[in-house]
Design a protein around this ligand. Structure first.
Ligand code: SAH
Length: 399
């Protein structure tokens, strides 16, 4: 085992850490000079050398490391990881028992006690995502901890720690056990999804939108025309179609979205030919829709936090108001806009302000019908509200 390294916390940060804030920031530490490599176990102490917390050093866009334990004598070994994983599994017991949902998050980073690591479950397969080289250094102990705790068909990984925090495609997503079919089929509240565990950064569906998809299917889709923008594999469109929408239109810039969306419809026995799947820049599509006087009953907005296309750079924190304005223009009176964002740069209050601003600038009126943040399996810490990045608002357009 590597030696643990003591780091002194600046006085003004001590209380925050004592109260359970898990993210170790660069500026809170007097000097990082003693650290030679990511993955070092660090003991934060005050200026008199009194222990505050144990953590590890790992560089992510959000910080220099994460807390692991408030116990000075804790050994960060297989037993430690097994216990964390077991308690995470216990928290998701209901998910394992639910036959209509076979894909969910098993371990959600700091929410389950270890920042920088997530584990997702896909019908017997486990997918580990490493968010820094630091946490990846514990791979062998974490894997043993997982293998000790679950029955698995196979285990996969995604490394998300190249210099920009992006996916590192080095062709070794498969770790052990059986290889998964391509794709494997999972269920979510009875909806089928095709999942590719070894095909780039994204596997086909974003599990954190489960409750939103169910709500669209069960409460908002029936008899409606639906526009799903930034549609990726069309998961929201599938939910709407299964909820008896009249027709869905899915728009995404990426060429892959066409085949992927068709596939999701097909495995749900939805007639693909009666749906529209359009490969185009959403902002062009909005212009086209205005020109053709197209109006929709339900418009879904789920852009990435940041995206660059040939003509546009979209940043959720700067451009969401404009995106909403485009959507409002092509939503029927009495229709619903589902506005979603996973940007951690602003909170629900800011997001509500964006909505209010967009309607105001168009002289419109609206009513908020419901709000969603992360679902139960995406466990978060009270002490780390920033971890709850998802914000989804169902807005009724009154005028
Ligand atoms: N709403 C999706 C997830 C969206 S992921 C779901 O529920 O599964 C973000 C998607 O936005 C990606 O598929 C990406 O190709 C697409 N995208 C990014 N910029 C775009 C643009 N300007 N126009 C259309 N699609 C865009």
């Amino acid at each position: 085992m590597t030696q643990e390294i003591e780091l002194i916390v600046k006085p003004e940060f001590i209380r925050t850490y004592k109260e359970g804030y898990p993210l170790i920031s660069k500026e809170s530490i007097v000097s990082w000079d003693k650290i030679r490599q990511e993955g070092s176990v660090i003991n934060l102490v005050d200026e008199k050398g009194k222990f505050i917390l144990k953590g590890y050093h790992g560089v992510q866009n959000k910080g220099y490391g994460w807390a692991l334990s408030a116990n000075k004598d804790e050994k960060i070994d297989v037993t430690y990881f097994s216990e964390k994983i077991k308690s995470a599994l216990k928290y998701r017991k209901d998910f394992y028992n639910d036959k209509s949902t076979t894909a969910f998050r098993v371990f959600n980073g700091e929410g389950d006690g270890i920042g920088g690591l997530t584990i997702d479950y896909f019908d017997g397969f486990y997918l580990l995502t490493w968010y820094s080289l630091g946490i990846y250094e514990f791979k062998s102990d974490i894997l043993d901890g997982l293998k000790n705790s679950v029955k698995y068909k196979g285990i996969y990984q995604k490394k998300r720690f190249d210099s920009k925090g992006k996916y590192l495609d080095d062709d070794d997503d498969f770790i052990c056990g059986d290889k998964a079919e391509t794709p494997i089929l999972v269920k979510e509240n009875g909806i089928n999804f095709a999942i590719y565990l070894d095909d780039g950064a994204m596997v086909g569906v974003f599990l954190d939108q489960r409750d939103v998809r169910k709500t669209i299917r069960d409460k908002y889709a029936k008899g409606k025309t639906v526009l799903n923008t930034f549609s990726y594999t069309g998961a929201f469109s599938v939910a709407a179609a299964l909820g008896d929408s009249i027709k869905t239109t899915s728009v995404d810039l990426a060429k892959r979205s066409l085949t992927k969306t068709k596939e999701q419809f097909e495995i749900n026995k939805i007639d693909v030919d009666s749906q529209d799947i359009i490969v185009e820049d959403v902002f062009n599509y909005f212009k086209y829709a205005v020109r053709k006087n197209l109006l929709f009953d339900l418009v879904i907005l789920d852009p990435p936090s940041f995206a660059r296309s040939k003509k546009h750079t979209f940043s959720a924190s700067k451009d969401y108001v404009n995106l909403l304005k485009e959507a409002i223009k092509i939503t029927n009176k009495g229709g619903i806009i589902v506005a979603s964002t996973n940007s951690a740069n602003f909170n629900m209050m800011n997001f509500s302000d964006f909505i209010s601003k967009a309607f105001k600038e168009l002289n419109g009126k609206y009513e908020i019908k419901e709000r969603f943040s992360l679902p139960k399996d995406f466990r978060i810490l009270d002490k780390f509200k920033e971890g709850n990045y998802l914000k989804v608002v169902f807005i009724k357009k009154i005028k």
